[in-house]
Design a protein around this ligand. Structure first.
Ligand code: AMP
Length: 405
């Protein structure tokens, strides 16, 4: 990697270091942290900087802020408390993103202490008006945050595909801007898929955000040996072939793109499910497994079936590298966790000594962790969108903004 890292920082004792972390953790209905993986993955950078005597100012977003009332459930205070429990250092929290309270708190910060500001995306809505200062990289906000410190460390891989004030904006206003240990690790791991995979390389794509993910298939068809489709993504492909998909999830404006992938896939890399768990309504009820030609117009498919699992298992077992983004079904319902759990089990049974396996961010990573497979993958990425962007062959703007070594 040609970017500056923590190794390039000298004499940081007593310096104010702004660290952009990704503390966008999933919260349950009561506002408690469901999965603290992203906090744990940020610890190496935080601990290293504290050990060197820095004063840390942490910035992160949490969820999306579209209206004033979203702020009530998206405060980072709960994360500051969780971080405090994981460190010997004091973690102070200020419930503002800029202004006098922030300035005072920064002034009071001592060596080896941490100050966490409120959710950076609170800047997106001001007095009920959507202004997107953080998300549209407002220059005044970027300058304000940059002026809080002497050095900038970006360690938020999960937002590295975005050009926001708290990553690109700050980096562009600092004399010293480096990446942290998590970003270094993520890039090293994803490089083993994108640039130097041991073959066969198998990509597994599922989930529900079809329009966000379908574009990645173009590049996967270049770099992978097989592309296994599952989850909600499958039905856009089936419908593009003229099949009945009932009420299953379909993105109609992506039908011709899906069809063009199939038409141009002369090497036969794309694999589609052969059977589907069908139900009459979106509920956690016992499904009927049907061959894909037998889905009725009054049903929807919420998981892959056992024949698909058997087919995908064979392909995964012959692979040397697997990259996976998006669950195979609505795993949140126990009746539709079968596909996702079976793929996890297959990867676990092959083992990380024979198979380099990465699961990419978001729901698929949470599913694997929740199902108890967290140590069965070679790597669980903290960034769904960012890892997809790398798989698409794109550059990540927040990493591009870091100074070259
Ligand atoms: P994504 O963020 O794109 O990875 O989507 C994750 C979501 O996809 C999960 O919440 C799953 O419940 C959902 N999902 C997976 N398969 C299906 C399906 N067949 N129909 C609807 N939603 C699905």
């Amino acid at each position: 990697m040609n970017k500056k890292t923590l190794d390039n920082l000298k004499d940081i004792e007593g310096k104010k270091v702004i660290v952009r972390v990704d503390f966008n953790v999933p919260l349950d209905k009561n506002g408690n942290i469901n999965d603290d993986n992203r906090i744990l993955m940020a610890l190496p950078t935080i601990k290293e900087l504290l050990k060197k005597g820095a004063k840390l100012i942490l910035l992160s977003h949490l969820g999306r802020i579209k209206k004033e009332s979203d702020k009530a459930t998206k405060s980072l205070k709960v994360v500051a408390e969780a971080l405090n429990q994981k460190l010997d250092a004091t973690v102070k929290f200020v419930d503002s993103t800029r202004g006098v309270a922030v300035d005072e708190a920064v002034k009071d910060l001592n060596e080896g202490q941490i100050l966490m500001l409120e959710n950076t995306r609170f800047e997106d809505v001001q007095n009920g008006e959507v202004v997107n200062y953080e998300s549209k990289n407002n220059p005044n906000l970027a300058k304000y945050w940059a002026n809080l410190g002497d050095i900038f460390v970006n360690d938020a891989f999960g937002t590295a595909h975005r050009s926001h004030a708290s990553n690109v904006g700050i980096a562009n206003n600092m004399k010293i801007a480096v990446v942290g240990r998590l970003i270094e690790l993520e890039l090293r791991m994803l490089n083993k898929v994108v640039n130097e995979p041991k073959r066969p390389l198998v990509a597994i794509i599922g989930g529900a955000k079809v329009s966000d993910k379908i574009n990645v298939i173009a590049n996967l068809l270049k770099i992978a040996d097989k592309v296994l489709i599952g989850g909600g993504m499958s039905y856009t492909f089936f419908k593009s072939l003229g099949k009945e998909v009932g009420d299953s999830l379909v993105e109609n404006d992506k039908l011709s793109l899906a069809k063009s992938y199939l038409d141009n896939d002369h090497a036969g890399k794309i694999e589609l499910p052969v059977d589907i768990a069908c139900v009459k309504e979106f509920a956690d009820t016992k499904p009927t497994y049907r061959a894909i030609d037998n889905i009725s117009s009054s049903e929807m498919g919420l998981d892959i079936g056992p024949k698909t699992v058997a087919k995908y298992k064979k392909i995964i077992e012959s692979a040397q590298t697997v990259v996976w983004n998006g669950p195979m079904g609505v795993f949140e319902f126990k009746n539709f966790a079968f596909g996702t759990e079976s793929i996890c089990k297959t990867i676990a049974n092959v083992g990380t000594d024979k198979l380099f396996s990465i699961i990419g961010g978001g729901d698929s990573a949470s599913a694997a962790i929740k199902m108890g497979f967290h140590d069965k993958f070679s790597y669980i990425s903290t960034g769904g969108g960012a890892s997809l962007a790398l798989l698409e062959g794109k550059k990540l703007p927040a990493i591009e903004a870091i100074h070259n070594n």
